[in-house]
Design a binder for this molecule. Structure first.
Ligand SMILES: [Ca+2]
Ligand SMILES: [Ca+2]
Length: 272
């Protein structure tokens, strides 16, 4: 039993002997164990079904620029723009036709009216002269284009003098230029006085003089030589002497004073 081929042959012989016994055959086991010759080539098979779709390829390179498109339709109307600048003034138009002739006037006794009006002019002129006399001679009022200046012959302390001027509708006089200083000086001399309070003080800060309208000294000052000297320690108010010079004095000094008044207040002339 060492040869496998012989073993398979014996097994085949035994098999076919059994078959021969069954079929009464007498064939001898010789070449029946060899394969037969190769068969003829088969017929061509039927065409196969379509294959599955392949994978998506990579992005292709950018194509060439397309041709210019057709002209589009007219767009919608835009929003109304902002109002433009006012135009230049046009040229003057030609004169219109002459109007119709007026109706004839009535007879007027103009001479009588003229006489009345003339008499009124005379009276107004007299009144103006009277007012001027009262202002300049009796009251001693001096005036600039904008203000009146009036000496008050009532001896008062500085604080009371300021209150008095304010009650009259004005304030203590504030000479801020040489012209005004000269005007007040002449008023003092005309009144026969030697000194008056003016609206200037250094009550808030020693040596820093301010007008009563809270404005500081400006380009003009009228200090006497050596003044202000705060000599009495409390010399915080200012007097003007009849030469027009200024001197700081004690506020409790009791002397006359000079007020000033605006000619116009809130657009209304208070004294013509
Ligand atoms: Ca002082
Ligand atoms: Ca002084």
């Amino acid at each position: 039993m060492e040869n496998p081929k012989l073993t398979r042959c014996l097994l085949l012989v035994l098999f076919f002997s059994l078959i021969s016994t069954v079929t009464q055959g007498t064939e001898v086991c010789s070449n029946t164990i060899l394969p037969g010759s190769k068969g003829d080539q088969g017929e061509k098979g039927d065409e196969g079904e379509g294959g599955k779709p392949g994978k998506m390829g990579p992005i292709g390179s950018k194509g060439l620029k397309g041709e210019l498109g057709n002209h589009g339709d007219v767009g919608m109307m835009g929003k109304i723009g902002p109002v433009g600048d006012k135009g230049d003034k046009g040229l003057k138009g030609s004169d219109g036709p002459a109007g119709f002739k007026g109706k004839p006037g009535t007879t007027c006794d103009c001479g009588r009216y003229r006489k009345v009006v003339g008499q009124m002019d005379v009276n107004i002129s007299k009144l103006r002269n009277s007012v001027k006399f009262v202002k300049n001679v009796i009251l001693g009022i001096k005036e600039t284009e904008e203000k009146f200046y009036l000496i008050i012959k009532e001896a008062k302390k500085y604080k009371d003098a300021l209150t008095n001027c304010r009650l009259r509708g004005g304030t203590l006089a504030m000479p801020k230029d040489e012209e005004t200083n000269l005007l007040i000086t002449s008023s003092i001399s005309q009144a026969g006085l030697s000194r008056v309070f003016i609206g200037l003080h250094d009550s808030d800060k020693e040596g820093q003089f301010m007008y009563v309208d809270n404005t500081p000294l400006q380009n003009f000052t009228g200090w006497s030589p050596g003044e202000p000297n705060n000599a009495a320690v409390n010399e915080n108010c200012v007097e003007m002497v009849n030469t027009g010079s200024w001197n700081d004095v004690e506020c409790d000094l009791t002397i006359y004073f000079v007020c000033e008044f605006w000619k116009k207040r809130r657009g209304t002339v208070i004294i013509q």
